[in-house]
Design a protein around this ligand. Structure first.
Ligand code: C2E
Ligand code: MG
Ligand code: MG
Ligand code: MG
Length: 287
């Protein structure tokens, strides 16, 4: 909003009115969404879906990523791309993030009670949540309450989150790693960090962003970028996950490059709880 305001002022009075009008509208919509989202957390309008991650060497299940969905009473399903940024801006993300952690732990415990083995479950963290002082305390409490261990959980953080304040970032990541939480860099390649920069941090897994995967193997540039990322990450002791794998060609190409894991519609879409339980039943031998 600050940038919009700056640009509006810069471009003179006539435009100023146009821009502020648009801004007011955006702010009103945001306020509406904020108050609805606040209620959504309380009224259980949120749900979780789980997307399998497979080992490319043998096609076995090795992880699942938890993704949040909002079942809006009027609008139907709203995807996180629309409401996570609002939650992040307004600070609601702390409540929402805690809701996600709590319900993920609860669900894992439920599955285990039914004697279903579960793989590592990855939870997306937002910037604000990552810097929240009691994040680790919250997680510890939840794990204990549900008889889970740190190794049951992984946190995914985007590359851009790790770019700000390297020292503080390292301190927080080391704290999580020391407790036994596995850490993944999400959407790798979309920020401006280098692998050398990431070497400062205790990162276990690198997730290559979907936009580098989607044109494989035909796009020569992307092929070079992806094979370089995989080789360098391996040299640095990290595992690599390809995001958004949709075709058998992509799968075979990535397997040849020794990419460790893949996630995408080719294997499974994000699955609601019931469908996920069925999926888990069919993959117990992998775990
Ligand atoms: P992400 O963490 O990069 O998650 C992967 C996104 O790619 C998911 O979108 C998933 O549904 C989608 N996807 C997976 N496989 C494919 C594929 O083969 N093709 C295509 N086209 N898409 C695929 P989704 O669920 O809409 O989530 C969007 C983003 O919202 C996530 O990106 C993540 O950054 C954020 N998000 C989701 N849940 C949470 C959460 O609980 N907390 C936070 N802080 N962020 C979340
Ligand atoms: Mg993610
Ligand atoms: Mg991602
Ligand atoms: Mg992504």
């Amino acid at each position: 909003a600050d940038i919009a305001m700056y640009k509006a002022k810069e471009s003179g009075g006539r435009h100023f009115r146009f821009f502020t009008g648009e801004m007011d509208q955006r702010t009103t919509q945001q306020l509406k969404m904020e108050s609805e989202l606040r209620k959504a957390i309380i009224n259980n309008e949120l749900s979780l879906v789980y997307q399998p991650q497979l080992s490319l060497a043998d096609n076995t299940l090795c992880g699942m990523e938890v993704l949040v969905r909002w079942h809006h009473p009027k609008r139907g399903i709203i995807y996180p791309g629309e409401f996570i940024p609002v939650a992040e801006e307004t600070g609601l993300i702390n409540d929402l993030g805690l809701w996600v952690m709590r319900h993920t732990c609860k669900q894992i415990a439920k599955w285990r009670k039914k004697a279903l083995k579960t793989p590592r479950i990855s939870i997306n963290l937002s910037a604000r949540q990552f810097h929240q002082h009691d994040l680790l305390a919250q997680l510890k409490e939840l794990l204990q309450a549900h008889q889970l261990t740190a190794s049951d959980i992984e946190f995914e953080m985007t590359e851009s989150m790790l770019m700000a304040d390297a020292e503080e970032t390292a301190r927080l990541l080391n704290q999580l790693a020391k407790f036994g939480i596995s850490l993944a860099v999400d959407d790798f390649g979309t920020g401006y960090s280098s692998l050398a920069y990431l070497q400062k941090f205790p990162i276990h897994r690198l997730k290559i962003d979907r936009r580098f995967i989607q044109h494989l193997p035909d796009n020569g540039n992307d092929s070079v970028i992806v094979s370089t990322i995989i080789a360098m990450a391996h040299n640095m002791g990290m595992k690599v996950v390809a995001e958004g794998v949709e075709t058998g060609e992509q799968q075979r190409f990535l397997a040849r490059l020794k990419c460790d894991e893949a996630q995408g519609y080719l294997f499974a879409k994000p699955l609601p709880t019931e469908a996920c339980a069925d999926y888990l039943k069919n993959h117990q031998a992998d775990l």
